[in-house]
Design a protein around this ligand. Structure first.
Ligand SMILES: Nc1nc2c(ncn2[C@@H]2O[C@H](COP(=O)(O)O)[C@@H](O)[C@H]2O)c(=O)[nH]1
Ligand SMILES: [Mg+2]
Length: 489
């Protein structure tokens, strides 16, 4: 952290942790209404309900086939459902395991569930797939799975844009967002350490102001009267409507507008410097005041931000976000910002890992034991078959082989029991999809992306304040398989 001069934050699902049970349910209900009333889907959908715990991040939707997939870091599909029906092993291998050219599992044929905002749309997609399969007469033939996904996507998108969600949150933020009293102390700590702080969010100013008021004052707004701008003192620059990930692109030429915080009006700027309207009064803020107070903008690009904060090198910026693609991948890969990904799911994941550690260790030991015995058996069988051995020696080797085969059976059964127990416990992570960061013995595709693109990852943004702002975060050591057991502790 010593070299970091500016720490930036995403807002939604980073500073503001939404309550999935209420917020995603709101998105789900709003999407259904749009599907029925605007896009002509059956009214039966209005009676559907939403299990907000069913979908998890890291899943991939196969739009054409109506499947939902979980894959490992090599993009091998390990868990696959058609709607809510699990694919048999044979179907899974036939569909995803036999291609000569490996599928990239990316857009346009696939959709990645890489933000918590997408859980409702993934669930609805699965429901619609089941509905079409079971009620072919209720869904027009030309509406295939991919079209259903497109409709769901468009309806969700509209819910985010037309006020369906934001007006409800603004009326009662406490119903939809977790109170977090540790955000202000964290921001204060960072600022006291001499760092600049900034906010870059895709939300627009009016909504940003509601959410940040709630987070920083825990006030329940009573119309606009209760909203104030006190929270701005904890930031140097606030950029709303940033259109990430485009904001980070080098060729982004988006205009930067200054937002008048009180009226919400946009003012033209020339690279961040205010520009008065022709014939209008000159802008009121004096240069000294401008330099000190937080300024609010809309749009622009990362070069504007660097200029506003006087950033000399990208590696001096740490950005904290929740979206692996929108917040982390671009800013790290293209710009070289340091990044921190917020993964709230980790809290439960780590708790369960502690509970499981005894079984996991046992399993690992039994696996090693089984490997050693099997190696010995193969070696002995090879000697008996191909090597020129005397009769006595042959008897001795056969006896040894017999004994090892008995041992192998004993270890195999213990291993099987431990494996069963482990599988049972893994279902505590998630009854359908298992552990977020693992797929079988391999890291999941999601975990792999976290490893590659997030310099830090943590269950909550305020974990930053558990350490000194000057802490040196050492990267964890990489290990090759041949190093395990030699240098791994
Ligand atoms: N138009 C759409 N907006 C969306 C969608 N999913 C989320 N959102 C909105 O984006 C911002 C996220 O803000 P950030 O602070 O995380 O950058 C927030 O306003 C969401 O409502 C979508 O599918 N379409
Ligand atoms: Mg976000």
């Amino acid at each position: 952290m010593k070299n970091i001069v500016a720490v930036g934050f995403d807002m939604d699902y980073t500073l503001a942790q939404y309550k999935a049970e209420t917020f995603e349910s709101l998105a789900y209900a709003g999407t259904i209404r749009k599907l029925v009333y605007d896009l002509g889907y059956s009214e039966e959908l209005l009676s559907w309900s939403f299990d907000w715990k069913y979908m998890v991040r890291g899943l991939v939707l196969d739009k054409k086939r109506g499947n939902i997939l979980k894959m490992d870091r090599h993009k091998y599909v390990k868990v696959a459902y058609h709607g809510f029906k699990e694919l048999s092993k044979d179907d899974k291998v036939e569909t995803y395991g036999n291609t000569l050219v490996r599928d990239s599992f990316d857009e346009p044929d696939y959709a990645l569930i890489d933000t918590l905002f997408s859980l409702a749309e993934a669930y609805l997609f699965a429901q619609l797939v089941d509905f079409k399969d079971n009620n072919p007469d209720k869904v027009p033939e030309d509406i295939d799975y991919a079209r259903m996904y497109k409709d769901v996507r468009a309806a969700v998108d509209l819910c985010h844009r037309d006020g369906t969600l934001k007006q409800m949150v603004a009326k009662d933020p406490e119903r939809y967002i977790n109170v977090d009293t540790s955000i202000l102390p964290m921001l204060k700590m960072l600022r006291d350490s001499g760092r600049s702080t900034f906010l870059v969010t895709n939300s627009l100013w009016d909504y940003t102001n509601v959410v940040m008021n709630f987070l920083c004052n825990s006030s329940v707004p009573d119309g606009d009267q209760n909203l104030n701008f006190d929270w701005l003192q904890y930031f140097d620059v606030v950029i709303t409507g940033s259109a990430k990930p485009g904001f980070f692109h080098d060729d982004n030429r988006a205009n930067l507008f200054e937002v008048d915080a009180k009226s919400g009006m946009l003012l033209n700027t020339d690279n961040g410097s205010p520009m008065p309207q022709v014939g209008g009064a000159s802008l009121a803020l004096s240069p000294t005041k401008l330099a000190k107070s937080c300024r609010v903008f809309q749009g622009g690009n990362v070069r504007h931000l660097h200029k506003l904060l006087s950033i000399e090198s990208s590696s001096q910026v740490l950005y904290v976000g929740d979206h692996i693609y929108g917040d982390i991948l671009r800013s790290k890969k293209a710009l070289g910002w340091r990044t921190m990904l917020v993964v709230p799911e980790l809290e439960r994941e780590v708790e369960l890992l502690w509970e499981l550690r005894k079984t996991r260790k046992e399993l690992q030991e039994l696996r090693n034991e089984r490997n050693v015995i099997e190696d010995k058996i193969h070696h002995l069988k090879w000697s008996l078959k191909f090597e020129d051995v005397e009769a006595d020696e042959k008897d001795r080797l056969s006896g040894e082989l017999h004994q090892l085969e008995g041992e192998r059976e004993r270890v195999r059964l213990s291993h099987q029991d431990a494996l069963r127990e482990c599988h049972r416990q893994v279902l505590q992570f998630h009854g359908v999809w298992g552990q977020l960061m693992k797929t079988g013995y391999q890291n999941s595709r999601f975990a792999h992306q976290v490893e590659r693109f997030a310099c830090l990852y943590s269950s909550q943004v305020t974990n930053l304040s558990l350490y000194s702002p000057d802490k040196y975060y050492r990267p964890s050591e990489d290990f090759m398989p041949h190093e395990f057991g030699i240098v791994c502790l």
